[in-house]
Write a protein that binds this ligand. Structure first.
Ligand code: MN
Length: 263
């Protein structure tokens, strides 16, 4: 990507709420001080609402579909789910019907898509019972857990954290959130990803080893959940690479499709 187009993307990112904006005065706080600059928060569009969903934390479930677990070289026995995090400013909002430029990241030579259902939390809680867990889920979106696979593998082989492979700018493209009050709680339905019109990943939400309710229950044993937390719920099998120029299309039944051009 040229410096110009990278600058343009950064401008877009700033407008969408990622990164610090210079010259913007921070509000006065109760103690009479103010922060030295404003770091805008990240938020996601909500379908049928003027109110956006502010993002507090991004949690991601690893290896939550048996066939994907096998392709990653693991044994998909039903061990408790495990989680990692991405920074909130990794969010890239993808408007329905648009083809959004998605920058190919630094360093990697093996950049992978992972199509995932994302659950958005709007209630505070810990040690939540699975039977109550869906009461904490405000809605759902289609997301991509973009991954620098070569870096993830390298770190994994060295028994180091995955951060380089998973947590970087623009690594969390996401469509608008559909409130569960409108679309219900998603436990089954097609999930697929195409590259240049060819189906690469194709599965059903019902194939998850741990459903969203169980994910919320497990996660809330380790972290107190707060409104604004979102959970990327894992990807099905057949993850693979994209290169500059590729068009990725993502779909989950009941939600809006994503369309991105890798640039
Ligand atoms: Mn993933």
């Amino acid at each position: 990507m040229s410096d110009n187009s990278r600058r343009d993307l950064l401008k877009v990112a700033a407008a969408m709420g990622a990164g610090a904006v210079a010259g913007c005065a921070a509000p006065l706080m109760a103690d009479g001080q103010r922060t030295m600059f404003v770091v805008p928060g990240t938020s996601i569009t909500v379908v049928g609402s003027n109110e956006r969903f502010p993002v507090r934390r991004i949690y991601c479930v690893g290896r939550n579909y048996a066939a994907h677990s096998r392709e990653m070289g693991s044994d998909p026995t039903r061990e408790p789910p495990f989680f990692f995090q991405k920074p909130t400013d990794a969010i890239q909002n993808i408007a329905p019907g648009a083809t959004v430029d998605h920058p190919y990241p630094q360093v990697t030579k093996n950049y992978h898509y992972e199509i995932e259902l994302v659950a958005a939390i709007n209630k505070r809680g810990r040690n939540i019972a699975a039977a109550d867990a869906l009461g904490y889920v405000f809605g759902y979106a289609t997301g991509l857990d973009m991954t620098r696979r070569d870096l993830q593998r390298e770190m994994s082989d060295q028994k180091k954290p995955w951060a380089n492979g998973k947590s970087f700018d623009f690594s969390a493209p996401i469509g608008p959130i559909f409130p569960a009050s409108q679309v219900g709680h998603l436990t089954k339905g097609a999930i697929w990803l195409k590259v240049n019109g060819q189906v690469k990943q194709s599965a059903n939400l019902s194939y998850m080893m741990w459903n969203v309710a169980e994910q919320v229950a497990h996660l809330s044993q380790y972290y107190e959940l707060f409104p604004g937390d979102i959970i990327y719920s894992g990807t099905p099998e057949n993850v693979g690479p994209v290169v500059k120029g590729d068009i990725m299309e993502g779909h989950i039944d009941g939600l809006s499709d994503l369309r991105l051009r890798v640039v």
